[in-house]
Design a protein around this ligand. Structure first.
Ligand SMILES: Cc1ncc(COP(=O)(O)O)c(C=O)c1O
Length: 354
């Protein structure tokens, strides 16, 4: 859960931020792709050749005939995933830290009527045993019936499920008639960090639904719900319209994804972002007042810092407090973070410490 005094937002000009990877700009190749798509007319709502091309690229990438539903938002992709797999009497099992649990303003509950059951997590990850504990009262009409497990890769804490862990969750879930959804708002960072093709992480482990993010890694806007278990697709086209995620000028999302996925751009950008986090980590390790609190596996750093440092630092570099009681803050790098950004940030921290 992120908090911030909102008045600060308007005081920081020309900022370079470590608040979130969605504070960064748009990669110039994405702008070019939008500009290239911006000629003539194209049929609306996805019946255009840009969208056909992008869908085919997803199919090639996942090495199977996935269905792809482009959305405006990550929340929109998550809601669509849940619409396809949960009814009002169902429950969605996820980590207590999951975005769908704490950062989507109850969107899943609002659009599906299902309850969201948060499971205890360790560094953002849930386990088969925590899922198993929820599988009681199956068939009892007094209790919500679990229908889907949602995990986030990388997690909201920047940590990673290994391929083995994803497979174990999928195998267990399927053996218990549960669908598996992956919130991959930052799936690029996971692919880059684990250095494994996305089809091996997602298709081969048996994931049913993936929210594939673009916005946090260099796209202007646009996410994709990738449906690997196509039996879940039956009603998604209707739900997408109802949830206001059906873009009439779809080509501008599709063209971005084509550029993003071609030539491994999404992985290369995420590698850069992850590498900048490692660089920042190496410098923070030398500052005794800063205590890193979570394993650093992708592009996020969580750290406890003296409370007196938070506001002076935030006046120069916008960032969020993650846990106010613990003075735990979150710093994130982006595809466009530079070594100079890291140097300036670290020297600003040192100045504030005095
Ligand atoms: C893990 C995760 N999932 C989903 C989202 C939702 O994305 P959006 O803000 O585009 O709805 C976010 C955004 O912060 C996120 O961090």
């Amino acid at each position: 859960m992120l908090t911030i005094n909102s008045f600060l937002i308007f005081e920081i000009k020309n900022m370079r931020s470590f608040a979130s990877d969605n504070n960064s700009g748009v990669h110039s190749d994405i702008i070019d792709a939008i500009a290239t798509a911006n000629k003539d007319h194209a049929v609306g709502y996805g019946d255009d050749e840009y969208t056909q091309e992008a869908v085919q690229i997803f199919r090639d990438l996942f090495k199977t005939d996935v269905d792809v539903y482009f959305t405006f938002l990550g929340t929109g992709a998550n809601v669509l995933a849940m619409k396809s797999s949960a009814q009002s009497f169902n429950s969605v099992l996820c980590a207590d830290t999951a975005h769908i649990n704490v950062d989507e303003c109850g969107a899943v509950q609002n659009f599906t009527g299902a309850s969201v059951k948060s499971l205890p997590s360790v560094n953002g990850k849930i386990s088969v045993s925590s899922i198993a504990k929820e599988l009681h009262c199956i068939g009892d009409e007094h209790h919500s019936q679990p229908s889907v497990v949602s995990i986030t890769q990388p997690t909201e804490l920047g940590t990673l499920y290994s391929i083995q862990e994803i497979k174990e969750i999928c195998d267990f879930a399927h053996a218990n008639n549960l669908i598996v959804h992956v919130d991959g708002a930052r799936i690029s960072n996971a692919v880059a960090a684990l250095d494994i093709p996305v089809n091996e992480m997602i298709t081969d482990t048996g994931v049913d639904l993936l929210s594939f993010g673009g916005t946090k890694n260099g796209m202007m806007y646009g996410e994709a719900l990738v449906v690997l278990n196509r039996s879940l697709s039956t009603n998604i086209r209707y739900f997408r319209k109802q949830t206001m995620q059906l873009s009439s000028k779809m080509r501008y999302i599709s063209a971005q994804f084509t550029a993003f996925l071609n030539n491994n751009m999404y992985v290369e950008l995420a590698k850069r972002s992850n590498a900048m986090t490692k660089l920042l980590q190496s410098k923070l390790n030398k500052i005794s007042q800063i205590k890193i609190t979570r394993p650093i596996e992708t592009n996020a750093i969580f750290a406890q810092i003296p409370v007196s440092l938070i506001e002076p630092l935030r006046e120069k570099y916008f960032f969020y407090t993650w846990n106010e009681e613990e003075n735990e803050v979150r710093w994130m790098t982006s595809f466009d973070t530079t070594e100079e950004d890291i140097e300036s940030f670290v020297s600003c921290i040192k100045d504030v410490i005095g």
